[in-house]
Design a binder for this molecule. Structure first.
Ligand code: ADP
Ligand code: MG
Length: 692
């Protein structure tokens, strides 16, 4: 740029040949004066910029470039760039070209590659600038597309990787939405899930939407929405301007966010759709084919991740069904023992009832015999009731409601009693002798769900029995270990080889062939986990097995007062409606309550009960759960709660132990008493705690 360089002749110069060269160079050439005003421009310049011949003369270069210009990708105002270059040239500093954007009169936007150089007069004085420029719109677009393609491919592969690592499904949806918004540079992105029923799509994840929309907003899954169309047709729905598609009016989500263009692609397949992936913007826009392809790639990865998750859910459900059948089979095994215990209770009730009748037949019944006989009957019946309650509690082994304080010694004794029919009777019948003992100090407690804990321990005892084909011993014991309570089930059985021990806790692992489910220990493991406990197995072949469960110990608490609540003495007389499809039970209730002066009216169906309630007010309804043909106890409770809210509803049922308190209260039932009940249970149930 120094004066000694060969001089460039101005287009206005005298050399005719040079002037024609200037004029015919296919690139744009122009000269500027020292102010940056255009003093000449060749035909190429006029043609590229689409101005009439001579139309550029007198204009400033920096004004032509209205758009942002860039040097090496960095963006500047055109004026800044031109000034910068002019300064650089003036100072004789090295410079390179820059990109400038120019809007042609016909509306086409050009990208120009421009270079400036100092122009000197014949004495070597700088008297202007020569500018050359070429239209690189196409090349730049290709380049930009290439860069976009690279960004899309990178994003696709990163997302694929994330999906493969088994990221949680919600995280994947959020990531898909984030990637789509970023790569397509749109304001809004969405992962929409098709809701059951197939009529709506729910916005499960997305970017840019107003607060509160994600997780709640829905759009119709029909052809009035871009998402619905993509879902129904199974092909990408690319809309450059919603305004040009009058039928697309159904998405309040899009209209309220002023989105006017977007791409929607199906997630899943038309046969098995999960939903839609969408990208939307508030500007009209011509989407590239590659952009729809990119969306399809992300949607397909998301779709297969979802399919895999669904498959896993189904497997888990199958596992749960398996656990259920495990529980049922344990229950089945117990049933024989229960039948035995019940038969015994009933034999006592029936036999002594007979004795009672015989005694009453005598002209002078012996009151002592009568009293003793009746007392045995009452006890036997309540033992039978206890047996039933045990079974129902076992069946209700799910962890609903609040965890409670569980005395470990009680728990172990109960498990021993529950399983007794198996290790005592059954094993004896098979000619092997099994001794089971409990070694548990009193006053050691954990917090949990007794039903589940009983079930876990029952499973361990069942395994121990299986491991004792020749008989032997089983010990249920517990001890403190620091802050932990350790419960062990120890057997002297066949033991396990190392590889069996390693796999024993796995669901479906069994060495018992058809007889086993392989779910017992898996269930024990699950229950222990939900109690923040651990399971450890020590065992070797021929050396027996110890399964050790450890749980956090319950915090010591003041021993609860075991005083029975004061008897309902001196309370007001009650009008009681007894509802039971077995008329003799209604009559029994009347007899029990007569001595307190309560008035009992007995009916045998829910419908009759309702009629009675309409006819006169009652303080309490005591109803059975199953009431034959018509409305059942729950239905009756619901009606009573709505129509006679002052009336207390007591449910007296053989299923009592299987109904938890929260369920009962939610159903309008104040108290559930389990049949068979004692007179005192009934009396206590009739009034509120604070009325006593
Ligand atoms: P299942 O009893 O149906 O086989 P489990 O999950 O209860 O399933 O037990 C898995 C396996 O662990 C059993 O098949 C058995 O091989 C082994 N196992 C469990 N408990 C014992 C035990 N006390 N003694 C020996 N092996 C046992
Ligand atoms: Mg088992």
């Amino acid at each position: 740029m120094k004066a000694e360089r060969p001089r460039v002749v101005a287009a206005t110069g005298t050399d005719d040949r040079l002037a024609r060269v200037f004029e015919t160079v296919p690139d744009g050439l122009s000269t500027l004066d020292t102010d940056g005003r255009i003093t000449s421009a060749n035909a190429g310049a006029d043609a590229i910029l689409g101005v009439p011949p001579g139309g550029l003369i007198g204009r400033y270069l920096k004004d032509l470039l209205r758009q942002v210009a860039s040097i090496d990708g960095e963006q500047f105002e055109p004026a800044t760039i031109v000034e910068r270059y002019e300064r650089a040239i003036a100072a004789g500093e090295p410079y390179a070209g820059f990109h400038g954007t120019f809007d042609r009169a016909d509306g086409q936007r050009l990208i120009l590659w421009m270079k400036l150089a100092a122009l000197h007069d014949s004495t070597g004085e700088r008297d202007g600038i020569v500018a050359s420029f070429a239209d690189v719109t196409r090349e730049r677009a290709d380049q930009a597309q290439l860069a976009a393609k690279v960004a899309e491919l990178t994003a696709t592969s990163e997302f694929g990787h994330l999906a493969l690592t088994g990221a949680p499904i919600q995280a994947l949806m959020v990531e898909a939405a984030t990637i789509v918004a970023r790569v397509l540079a749109v304001e809004y992105s969405a992962v929409l899930e098709l809701l059951p029923g197939g009529e709506h799509l729910l916005l499960r994840a997305g970017m840019g939407w107003a607060e509160g929309q994600v997780g709640t907003a829905t759009v119709p899954a029909d052809r009035t929405t871009p998402a619905g169309s993509a879902l129904l047709d199974g092909v990408p729905m690319v809309v450059n301007d919603f305004g040009a598609e009058p039928r697309l009016v159904g998405s309040a989500l899009l209209t309220s966010h002023e989105a006017v263009a977007g791409i929607s692609v199906i997630v899943g397949s038309a046969e098995k759709p999960f939903g839609v992936l969408g990208a939307y913007t508030t500007r009209r826009r011509t989407f590239r084919h590659g952009e729809a392809e990119f969306m399809t790639a992300i949607a397909s990865t998301l779709g297969s991740a979802l399919a895999r998750h669904t498959a896993e859910d189904e497997r888990w459900a199958a596992e749960r069904r398996g656990l259920e059948s495990e529980r049922l089979s344990a229950l089945g095994q117990m049933a024989s023992g229960v039948a035995h215990d019940l038969a015994q209770s009933l034999a006592l009730v029936g036999g002594y009832g007979q004795v009672l009748c015989n005694e009453l037949e005598r002209r002078r019944p012996d009151r002592t015999t009568l009293r003793e006989t009746a007392a045995i009957i009452v006890t036997a019946a309540s033992d039978g009731g206890e047996t039933i309650r045990r079974v129902l509690r076992f069946a209700r082994a799910d962890e609903v409601g609040q965890a409670s304080r569980v005395e470990v010694a009680d728990l172990l004794h109960e498990v021993a009693r529950l399983t007794a029919p198996l290790w005592r009777n059954t094993s004896q019948a098979e000619g092997r002798s099994i001794q089971l003992s409990v070694d548990a100090p009193e006053r050691m407690a954990i917090v949990g769900w007794p039903g589940s804990l009983r079930q876990a321990l029952t499973n361990l005892v069942l395994n121990a029995i299986d491991a004792l084909p020749e008989g032997g011993t089983i010990v249920l014991r517990s001890r403190h270990d620091g802050e932990q309570v350790v419960v062990e089930v120890v057997d002297s059985g066949v033991g396990m080889a190392a590889d069996v021990r390693a796999r024993a806790l796995k669901p479906f692992f069994t060495t018992k062939g058809e007889r086993g489910t392989g779910l017992g220990l898996a269930q024990v493991f699950g229950i222990a986990e939900r109690h923040r406990g651990r399971v450890a197995i020590s065992s070797s072949p021929g050396q027996g097995t110890t399964v050790r469960l450890s749980f956090p110990a319950a915090v010591e608490q003041e021993p609860a007062s075991t005083e029975p609540s004061p008897r309902a003495r001196g309370r007001r007389r009650l009008r009681v409606l007894a509802v039971d499809d077995e008329p003799r039970l209604g009559r029994m209730m009347a007899l029990m309550l007569k001595r307190r002066g309560d008035r009992v009216f007995a009916v045998t169906s829910g419908e009759e009960a309702l009629e009675r309630l309409v006819a006169e007010p009652f303080d309490v309804v005591v109803s059975d759960l199953s009431l034959g043909e018509g409305i059942n106890g729950w239905g009756l409770a619901e009606q009573v709660r709505r129509r006679w809210p002052q009336t207390r509803f007591v449910m007296a049922t053989g299923w009592g132990a299987a109904i938890d308190e929260a369920t009962a209260r939610a159903g309008g039932v104040a108290v559930v008493i389990a049949k068979p009940y004692h007179q005192s249970d009934l009396e206590r149930a009739l009034v509120d705690d604070d009325e006593r």
